[in-house]
Design a protein around this ligand. Structure first.
Ligand SMILES: Cc1ncc(COP(=O)(O)O)c(C=O)c1O
Length: 395
């Protein structure tokens, strides 16, 4: 039976990670994988996570099954973090999932179950894993304009023109902040307009919250979801703790769906529970228990916010230093946009050959298409990186 199976290739950051691992050069630099790194090049376990884990080791009474929904109190706290404590959650179906991808998968399976012909509109470009996850559910992927390569900024007119003709009932995937891979976000005024068009045209936003707190701050980065929650009868939201709690491998997120009534929320949740049951059944508890411990304790929450703020500040600092280094190395302002972008990623205006040359001649790994993880650079590597970019773009 299995001799008929064809190999399916790795893509995106997972492909870069595999190539990087196989490279024997000691001075190699990984700017592919989407994880925060400190200036020592380490993705640290946050001190606050260690503190919460210590408490769990001391006090956790059981490791019996948690149930298909996961930890309900964790999900409630996460909704509060994303939507604000005052949000009305009575019409929201929410469950804990093993990471953001599982949350997206449940959201799109749910949409497919009620609207199998719906199209899902994603930004051009978007995170490399979005389209495969959507297509796997049977839904069709379409793209709306998002990134203007010339100016390295948002093509908001193009986006709005496209959304204004998207058929009612289609879904629109939006990233709450720190857009992956471009680093270009909607301003609050632009969010207002996008949510306005979803409202008037009957489009369903699916909001992917993957970097809350990495852009401007916890509240600022949640402007879009909060606005959607106030203005729209229905939406889908996924929020992962991978990045902002730095618990990547422990896999925890939420999938949430706003419905028209508490009764609709109940039946929707039963379907989400069914999707969970036939895939992973129950999410692992550990990271949810950690996040719940932090968010339900004022002192731990304050510690977490301080550590998150330090990560955000470092990313801003690397952006500024890098933009200045590239200005000097290339004698041009063509990389100044790095300072204006937010979050861990920016898309460098490099050709495929230039990205390959960085890899082959300088042992510097970016994702195909030019996405770089800003946080992957430490202060001792910035000048070398800038010189390498200047060299591969010189001809
Ligand atoms: C935009 C975006 N959404 C969702 C995810 C999923 O995160 P995870 O499944 O690791 O929680 C990521 C991870 O890189 C991401 O960049």
């Amino acid at each position: 039976m299995f001799e008929e199976i064809e190999t399916t290739p790795l893509f995106g950051a997972n492909l870069v990670a595999a190539n990087f691992k196989a490279d024997p050069r000691v001075d190699k630099i990984d700017l592919g994988l989407g994880v925060y790194r400190n200036d020592a090049g380490v993705t640290p376990v946050l001190d606050v996570v260690k503190s919460a884990e210590m408490r769990l080791v001391q006090n956790q009474p059981t490791k019996s099954y948690q149930g298909l929904l996961g930890d309900v109190e964790y999900s409630r706290l996460m909704l509060g973090l994303v939507l604000g404590e005052a949000a009305d959650t009575s019409r929201i179906a929410v469950l804990q999932t093993p990471g953001g991808v599982a949350a997206l998968s449940i959201g799109f399976h749910l949409i497919h179950s009620v609207r199998p012909n719906a199209q899902v509109w994603v930004s051009d470009p978007t995170w490399a894993n979005h389209a495969p996850v959507i297509k796997h559910t049977g839904l069709t992927v379409r793209e709306y304009p998002y990134f203007d390569q010339e100016t390295a900024s948002l093509d908001f007119d193009g986006m709005m023109t496209c959304l204004s003709v998207v058929p009612a009932g289609d879904a629109v995937l939006l990233q709450a902040s720190c857009h992956n891979p471009t680093g270009v976000d909607l301003s609050p005024a632009q969010w207002d307009k996008v949510i306005g068009i979803c409202k008037t045209r009957g489009l369903l936003p699916v909001i992917d919250v993957a970097y809350q707190g990495f852009g401007q701050g916890l509240d600022e980065d949640a402007y879009g979801p909060r606005k959607a929650s106030e203005e729209l009868p229905e939406w889908v939201l996924t929020a992962t703790c991978s990045k902002n709690f730095s618990v990547y491998r422990d896999r925890v997120a939420i999938a949430a769906v706003q419905t028209r009534s508490p009764q609709n929320a109940e039946s929707t949740l039963s379907q989400m529970r069914r999707f969970a049951n036939v895939t992973y059944a129950m999410p692992a508890d550990h990271a949810a228990a950690v996040v719940k411990t932090i968010l339900s304790d004022d002192a731990l929450s304050a510690d977490w916010k301080a550590e998150l703020s330090a990560m955000r500040t470092r990313v801003h600092h690397v952006r500024r230093t890098l933009a200045h280094a590239l200005r000097r190395a290339t004698n041009s302002d063509r990389f100044d946009f790095l300072e204006r972008h937010t979050g861990m990623f920016s898309l460098l205006p490099l050709t495929e050959t230039q990205v390959e040359n960085l890899e082959h001649h300088h042992a510097i790994y970016l994702v195909k298409g030019g996405r770089m993880n800003i946080a992957g650079l430490n202060s001792t590597q910035i000048e070398r990186f800038a010189a390498a970019v200047a060299q591969v773009t010189a001809t």
